[in-house]
Design a protein around this ligand. Structure first.
Ligand SMILES: O=c1ccn([C@@H]2O[C@H](COP(=O)(O)OP(=O)(O)O[C@H]3O[C@H](CO)[C@@H](O)[C@H](O)[C@H]3O)[C@@H](O)[C@H]2O)c(=O)[nH]1
Ligand SMILES: [Mn+2]
Length: 703
């Protein structure tokens, strides 16, 4: 470690597992090969990583696990459970500036200029969501303030992707200095990518193999030399080969030369072990049983000591405990097969390690353990508990770190009907003693009972029993039933339907009312409870008055509810200012109204002008002043029909139009109905629905 007055600059990477060791080594070599003047450091978690490294500084840091790793599954990367360990970078205050680079990056050139940035934190855009930065390449100034802030987030599992990138983006927000994409080029299949790649490839500084498939996992054969991805992967392999595999690169046809054990490059066997196609062990290796959590990786010493163990047990063990490393061990297994078919269909032969057991040629070694010896043995007993299940008082709350939200009990569905929001307390009481039925007395005790049931709950009209009793031809079974209708019996339904009707009525009155009257403020259209008429759809004449209707019986009137309606007329006070019926001559009134309307019209025609007219015309004693008519009115005036109603006196109006100075005759309209319904500027009511219910409407709707 460097102490002293002048702090050092350093490139840093991270190694949480040996599985990324090939990447970390290739990164370091790529920077060194490009001639960097800076030192290289690597943060390692000593519990899981071997010491095989080419870095100048190996800094042991504590693993920071995400205790709430659920979000990792959103990006299908549960293996990144310890990516928070990256936060330790900010604690490395012995360095002035750190350029951090993921272990899955290969540098095309040394990017030492990043150390000269004045910003405390710089990063390049992420290709998945370009407003975010990718945390695979970062230039940062270590400081304990950021460190503690991010540690606090890590302890609470605050990260939208469950890993460091989500956490760091949440911490820095948009306060970061955005680096060019060329510092962190991630392969992509986006439509713009290929042309952009072709255009900018000369300026690429570093390439970052994001995602679960890394070049060393896919193997050399996955590249076919076509397209940006393969070109970039080829650059990774070029560095690897330069340092570890000089003599056996793939030839033009993709075929590999024959390998001899011990000649598979210079990479340490632990590195080969994690590079697809590279591992040609002269010894066998077994993961120690009883491994605590499956995070540990083999070390070369383990490999040496346990060399001659059997292969099957070893892979079985991996399948049980090493799920995230299955891939690698399968590859390793494949590489030990005598024949490997490459993607282009050609096959090449590798010389088998002499000490290996070839399952295709011989039986297992005698000293090998049984197959699946390491499988877990869990024995489940049938329950012998004979007591009945008792539901617990309460069930445990759902875990708080799930990545979907459990609907809370307060999340009620949105209400649709007004009565859902403001439900009144139920006030109806069903009498225990049934009222004496108004319908003809039932003829048998059974019928009596059914009737009682029907009265208890008005919504339940016992149709079923009536059908089952097979009514006699005379229809007596019908008479024995409660022939009332739930619509009529329940005041709430009544009020609701009534309010609908009142809404329609008031609407038609708005249409018919003249503007003056509509503002009179009288509440005539809000009948009180007593005055409301019957809305019963079954309010037919009595049985005597009507012709026989076998299927629509006369309704039962319930005394207590309809008592007021029966003497409707007597209860109503006489309306004030309304002439008695016999004083009213509709024909005369209509005539009068028509005359008034035509006068109003004439008045309007004369009065709405500029007010400059000097002459005026008199109609029924009222003056109609002259005024210039609006443009386009000339013909109308000239051709206006004669006045045909009222006093049938033609009225002459001198046109003020500049173009036509004739004297025109304006006729009173021949229409005899009600006059114009709307004043100028008034909106025509086209909508059936009123804007808002009044308070009274709401009262009715909500009770
Ligand atoms: O088993 C592991 C997993 C990760 N690492 C280290 O952690 C880094 C991040 O993991 P990586 O697989 O490279 O993640 P990416 O596929 O690059 O995914 C993105 O998401 C990660 C989690 O947010 C970020 O760390 C990366 O920078 C970002 O590019 C690696 O480079 C290694 O340095 C290990 O050493 N061992
Ligand atoms: Mn990465």
């Amino acid at each position: 470690m460097v102490t002293g007055t002048k702090k050092e600059d350093v490139y840093a990477s991270l190694l949480l597992t040996d599985t990324y060791l090939p990447g970390a080594l290739v990164l370091a070599h790529s920077l060194r090969d490009a001639g960097t003047t800076k030192k290289l450091a690597i943060l390692v978690t000593p519990d899981t990583v071997s010491t095989e490294t080419v870095y100048d500084y190996v800094i042991y840091v504590d693993r920071i696990r995400n205790g709430k790793p659920a979000n990792l599954f959103l990006m299908n990367r549960p293996d990144l459970h310890s990516a928070f360990t990256k936060i330790n970078l900010w604690k490395q205050t012995q360095f002035r500036k750190i350029v951090y680079i993921d272990a899955d990056v290969v540098a095309y050139r040394a990017v030492d200029e990043l150390f000269d940035l004045p910003h405390a934190f710089s990063a390049a855009p992420d290709i998945g969501w370009p407003d975010l930065f990718n945390t695979g390449v970062m230039a940062l100034t270590p400081n304990m303030g950021d460190y503690y802030a991010m540690m606090a987030m890590a302890e609470r599992g605050i990260s939208f992707d469950g890993a460091d990138q989500g956490l760091l983006n949440m911490h820095f927000g948009n306060t970061y200095n955005r680096l060019s994409f060329t510092y962190n080029v991630t392969p992509s299949a986006h439509y713009q990518y290929v042309p952009a790649y072709r255009h900018f490839q000369g300026s690429i500084n570093m390439v970052h193999f994001i995602g679960a498939d890394k070049p060393w996992r896919q193997g050399r054969e996955s590249t076919t030399d076509a397209g940006p991805f393969d070109e970039m992967t080829g650059r990774w392999w070029a560095v690897y080969d330069r340092h570890y595999h000089k003599e056996v690169g793939p030839d033009r046809s993709g075929r590999r030369k024959s390998l001899t054990p011990g000649q598979a490059g210079h990479a340490p066997s632990i590195v080969q072990h994690f590079v697809k196609g590279e591992y040609n062990p002269t010894t066998r290796y077994v993961v120690p049983t009883g491994e605590p959590n499956g995070q540990q990786s083999p070390t070369p010493s383990q490999e040496e000591h346990q060399g001659n163990q059997d292969h099957v047990a070893h892979s079985g063990d991996h399948h049980v405990h090493h799920e995230s490393q299955d891939h690698i061990h399968q590859e390793e297994h494949t590489s030990a097969e005598p024949k490997v078919t490459n993607e282009s269909g050609g096959a090449y032969t590798e010389t088998l390690p002499q000490t290996g057991w070839d399952a295709q040629r011989s039986s297992p070694p005698t000293d090998s353990g049984p197959e699946a010896a390491n499988f877990p043995r869990t024995h489940y007993e049938m329950s012998r508990d004979t007591s009945q299940f008792q539901a617990p008082d309460r069930y445990p709350s759902p875990p708080s770190n799930m990545w979907y939200s459990v609907p809370s009990e307060r999340d009620q569905p949105k209400s649709v009907f007004p009565w859902e929001n403001n439900a009144p307390r139920p006030t109806r009481v069903f009498a225990e003693n049934p009222l004496a039925p108004v319908t003809p007395a039932p003829k048998s005790p059974g019928e009596q009972r059914r009737h009682v049931v029907g009265r208890r709950n008005p919504l339940f009209t016992p149709i079923g029993p009536a059908i089952r009793t097979a009514p006699s031809p005379g229809g007596t079974a019908w008479n024995s039933l409660n022939q009332s209708n739930a619509w009529d019996e329940i005041p709430q339904i009544n009020r609701y339907v009534d309010s609908m009707q009142r809404h329609r009525r008031s609407r038609s009155q708005i249409l018919a009312a003249s503007p003056g009257r509509s503002t009179s403020g009288e509440r005539q259209e809000e009948p009180s409870e007593e005055r409301r008429g019957s809305i019963k759809v079954t309010d037919f004449p009595t049985e005597d008055d009507r012709p026989s209707l076998p299927v629509t019986p006369a309704p039962v009137r319930r005394q207590q509810f309809w008592a007021n309606a029966d003497d409707n007329g007597q209860q109503l006070p006489a309306a004030e200012g309304v002439p008695a019926q016999d004083e009213w001559d509709p024909a005369a009134q209509l005539q009068k109204l028509a005359k008034q309307q035509s006068e109003v019209l004439l008045e309007k025609l004369g009065a709405s002008g500029t007010g400059q007219s000097q002459e005026s015309i008199s109609v029924d004693g009222k003056e109609i002043p002259h005024r210039p008519l609006p443009f386009g009115s000339e013909d109308i005036l000239a051709e206006a029909p004669e006045l045909v109603t009222g006093q049938t006196t033609p009225r002459t109006v001198e046109s003020r139009s500049p173009s036509i100075s004739t004297t025109a005759t304006i006729a009173v309209p021949s229409y005899q109905g009600p006059g114009a319904m709307f004043e100028k500027g008034e909106d025509y009511l086209t909508q059936d629905t009123p804007a808002q219910p009044t308070e009274e409407d709401l009262d009715v709707l909500q009770t």
